[in-house]
Write a protein that binds this ligand. Structure first.
Ligand code: TYD
Ligand code: MG
Length: 395
């Protein structure tokens, strides 16, 4: 069953496979129920019966959400149920084209003495649903909450059982949502879909790089664009940094969306190999749009953003950077440089800083002027000449 949302299709590996068991995990409030209600409604347009089983909300709450999403609900049946046996009995009776179970943590099997949400309950309920789905060739989608600590006590125990496991990620303060495939028996796991939470549900983001950079002030101090890899995709994201004299004895290094240890590393390397006296400065780094960057390939961009803020020299607006910063100040190669540079060129970037040992083929399109750098000091001095500091510094 291919879906209208290209982004959801992408992570599912082309659509919903009959008889498959899909797990959608994510933080509470991230948008799982919203996405699945939209999905269920879409399937219900083509089929006479789709089930949305919820143990989380009342019928009126689901109805209110459906109204907000503009879903008329023909062929879409809401069942508020937490007993897995009763749920299966109803599924048996109606044989829907698709059933959503929101959430697996609220389901319980009355023959077990443990509480709903308990690992043995989650496993047993999922096992029974799986068995039923396979026997009747009906696809099932389960939601699971990620627990506070980040480990998914619930969903993770199901990963070996399900055919497809997806994670919905995002930041509470931003509207971007990433749908990440972590397991897929029918397609690549390296896929990431980008969606936006709007007033009327989740929408596909057709050009994520363009959307992520929409609010970017061009030529601002402390702002650098980095092409990062999310799954098989290169996405352009803006990294912002601010350095300010610290008011406390131990200056702060605060990172949002970037690894705190890598920030410490980048600051230390900048101090030791570039003579940047950050010891008395707070350093704040933010990846805009609420995205989280896990790869070291963003190091060079982070370092340049910090240096730009510290030297009060803006970076050129049509400039991107990619490379990992090593402990001795060397710029190390980033995987798939070619894909990243191409994405930057596509979005109209004219210059890209790349690691010194990047081969010519990787540098791709001619419209983009790439500049190889071997060390962080070289990169900083090239992009942010210190002689401009006095004339351009803000007093
Ligand atoms: P929800 O789907 O309930 O999250 P989950 O099931 O993962 O817990 O999403 C709830 C949030 O989404 C809530 O903060 C309201 C917001 N939202 C929108 O912004 N637009 C919408 O159209 C809908 C339905 C929800
Ligand atoms: Mg929910």
């Amino acid at each position: 069953m291919p879906l209208m949302s290209g982004e959801v299709n992408r992570v599912l590996g082309g659509g919903i496979v009959p008889g498959s068991l899909v797990l959608l995990a994510g933080d509470p409030g991230i948008g799982k129920s919203t996405l699945l209600l939209q999905l269920a409604a879409e399937v219900a347009k083509e089929h006479s019966c789709v089930f949305y089983v919820t143990g989380e909300e009342s019928v009126s709450q689901v109805k209110m959400r459906a109204d907000r999403l503009g879903i008329d609900g023909q062929n879409l049946y809401i069942l508020t149920q937490t007993n897995v046996e009763d749920t299966l009995a109803r599924l048996d009776e109606h044989l829907p084209a698709l059933a959503v179970i929101d959430s697996i943590q609220t389901m319980y099997d009355p023959s077990l003495s443990s509480h709903p949400g308990n690992v043995s309950q989650i496993r047993e309920c999922a096992r029974r649903l799986l068995e039923w789905g396979k026997a009747n060739n009906v696809p099932l989608i389960l939601t699971g909450h990620v627990t506070k600590g980040g480990d998914i006590a619930g969903p993770r125990v199901l990963e070996h059982m399900v055919d497809v496991s997806l994670y919905m990620e995002g930041d509470a303060v931003s509207s971007w949502r990433l749908l990440r495939g972590v397991k897929n028996r029918f397609g690549s796991t390296n896929e990431v879909g980008v969606l936006e939470m709007t007033g009327s549900g989740l929408l596909d983001v057709s050009d994520p790089s363009e959307s992520f950079l929409l609010d970017r002030p061009k030529g601002a101090m402390g702002s650098v664009v980095v092409p990062v890899l999310e799954g098989n995709r290169a996405l352009l994201v803006e990294i912002q940094a601010l350095t300010a004299p610290s008011t406390i004895p131990t200056p702060r290094r605060v990172a949002t969306g970037y690894d705190a240890h890598r920030l410490l590393l980048v600051c230390s390397v900048a101090m030791r190999t570039c003579g940047m006296p950050l010891a008395d400065y707070d350093v704040i780094v933010n990846v805009t749009g609420g995205l989280k960057i896990a790869e070291p390939a963003a190091d060079l961009g982070v370092a340049l953003a910090i240096a730009s803020s510290f030297r009060s020299v803006p970076m050129p607006g049509d400039f991107a950077a990619v490379g990992e910063v090593g402990l001795s100040g060397e710029i190390r190669r980033a995987p798939q440089t070619e894909r990243r540079v191409k994405e930057a060129a596509r979005l109209g970037f004219r210059k890209c800083l790349v690691p010194g040992n990047t081969d010519d083929r990787a540098c791709g399109p001619e419209a983009l002027h790439y500049q190889r750098v071997d060390t962080l000091a070289q990169a900083i001095n090239m992009c942010l000449p210190i002689t401009r500091r006095i004339s351009e510094a803000v007093a």
